[in-house]
Design a protein around this ligand. Structure first.
Ligand SMILES: Cc1cc2nc3c(=O)[nH]c(=O)nc-3n(C[C@H](O)[C@H](O)[C@H](O)COP(=O)(O)OP(=O)(O)OC[C@H]3O[C@@H](n4cnc5c(N)ncnc54)[C@H](O)[C@@H]3O)c2cc1C
Length: 381
């Protein structure tokens, strides 16, 4: 059996790791020219099931490295005003793990070698010879004019998924109104005090600021050199990740971060100096405007040689912190199903269908949860 994966994001790579562990032949096609070609570094919070799914796919030799390059995510989540006076507590977060998406992605590339083909986007597929029970082959078309043939194509190509557009042309992805800015600021002792627990939500006039801490247990590059010398991790310092949510866009179109930041600083006039400092010191290369999108539920599409995983099917707002967790759970479940097929214990079509039914339930429940919690973070217009 050969599995083709569109997208070397965290979900697609997690699946590829699990399949390689199980001895399944897998090829991953990634649109970006290289692993470092785009800004990817924001903090994601992993919960127990998400982390367990990731660990189930990663080879055990990388588990200690994963632990070393993640950070704690625990304690009270509090809501404060723009002078940092506490307004209320949201209750302690269930113990979780803070991970940096860029570091995680580099870790997930470990050992995959030329199974991951950068600069080759999947543009569509052809599955005309496929018969529901007898199976068949799927041919993925690639942006460089090439193609690849396999037994299953997995669209793990994110919210703009080309695979989903062909498989489910009626599926809708909605842009949420308002404007979000994603910032990253190096962690200093002074700024660390802004997030004493799992997270801080600042509710200011016309603007909310969500702040989270990414504090690596060990510097990623040094930890890799010691624990798994064949793995190359980036040199990355600990930081605070923040998201500013505004009811209106700050200006037309994408702009240089320095200009966006200056406009945001104008809005923070009179706010607590530590909050002003947080924004003023933001890292130009790792901060950007952010479009928040979510997918509308889709029905099961019927059995075939093409399936979907992660944001490609159930993109969700980050308000419930579930996108990556759900993508990892999809990956681990699909990996188990395909491993059973590989071992002769299940039929491909039935195994994929079972995965899809559970994935759709899980994914769209998380989308609904995220939408339900969005108002907690959205400032009044
Ligand atoms: C600010 C922010 C905070 C978040 N916080 C959390 C959190 O705390 N907890 C959590 O669980 N989730 C969080 N998320 C969500 C999480 O980051 C995503 O849900 C997760 O990255 C989805 O993984 P994925 O692999 O499905 O898609 P992606 O990570 O988007 O990967 C898709 C990959 O496919 C590639 N690609 C695209 N098109 C093609 C194509 N045609 N052919 C080949 N390759 C293609 C892309 O280049 C990319 O590498 C957050 C998101 C944001 C923006």
């Amino acid at each position: 059996m050969r599995v083709l994966v569109a997208g070397a994001g965290i979900g697609g790579l997690c699946l590829a790791q699990g399949l390689v562990r199980a001895g399944v032949d897998v090829r991953v096609f990634e649109r970006e020219p290289g692993a470092d070609s785009r800004y990817q570094g924001f903090r994601i919070g992993l919960d127990g099931p998400g982390l367990a799914a990731l660990r189930a796919c990663l080879p055990p030799r990388l588990h200690r490295l994963l632990e070393a390059v993640t950070g704690p995510l625990a304690g009270e989540r509090r809501v404060v005003d723009q002078q940092l006076n506490e307004l209320r507590k949201l209750g302690p977060a269930a113990d979780g793990t803070a991970a940096d998406r860029h570091v995680l992605r580099q870790l997930l590339l470990a050992g995959l070698g030329d199974r991951v083909e950068f600069g080759r986007a999947v543009t569509g597929y052809d599955a005309t010879g496929y018969q529901e029970r007898a199976g068949g082959r799927v041919e993925a078309r690639l942006s460089d004019g090439g193609s690849a043939v396999g037994d299953l194509l997995v669209g793990a190509d994110g919210v703009g998924s080309a695979v989903r557009r062909q498989l489910l042309p009626g599926a809708e992805v909605v842009d949420l109104p308002g404007n979000a800015l994603l910032g990253r600021t190096p962690l200093t002792e002074r700024l660390a005090a802004l997030v004493p627990g799992a997270g801080t939500l600042v509710r200011g006039s016309g603007l909310s600021l969500l702040i989270g801490r990414m504090e690596f247990r060990r510097p990623p590059r040094l930890a890799a050199a010691e624990l798994a010398p064949d793995v190359e991790l980036p040199h990355t310092e600990s930081y605070l990740r923040w998201v500013a949510m505004l009811p209106e866009p700050l200006g037309p179109g994408p702009e240089a971060w320095a200009r966006v930041r200056d406009r945001l600083l104008d809005l923070l006039d009179g706010w607590h100096p530590d909050l002003v400092e947080l924004v003023r010191r933001s890292d130009t290369g790792n901060s950007s405007p952010l479009t928040i999108r979510h997918a509308r539920p889709v029905p099961h599409w019927g059995t075939g040689p093409v399936t979907l995983l992660g944001d490609a099917v159930h993109a969700m707002p980050p308000s419930a912190g579930q996108g990556a967790n759900t993508a990892f759970r999809d990956a681990a479940q699909l990996c188990r199903s395909l491993t059973a097929v590989h071992c002769g214990e299940a039929e491909l079509a039935a195994a994929v269908e079972e995965y899809e039914l559970q994935m759709l339930d899980r994914g769209f429940a998380a989308v609904a949860d995220g939408l339900g919690r969005l108002s907690e973070f959205t400032p009044a217009r």
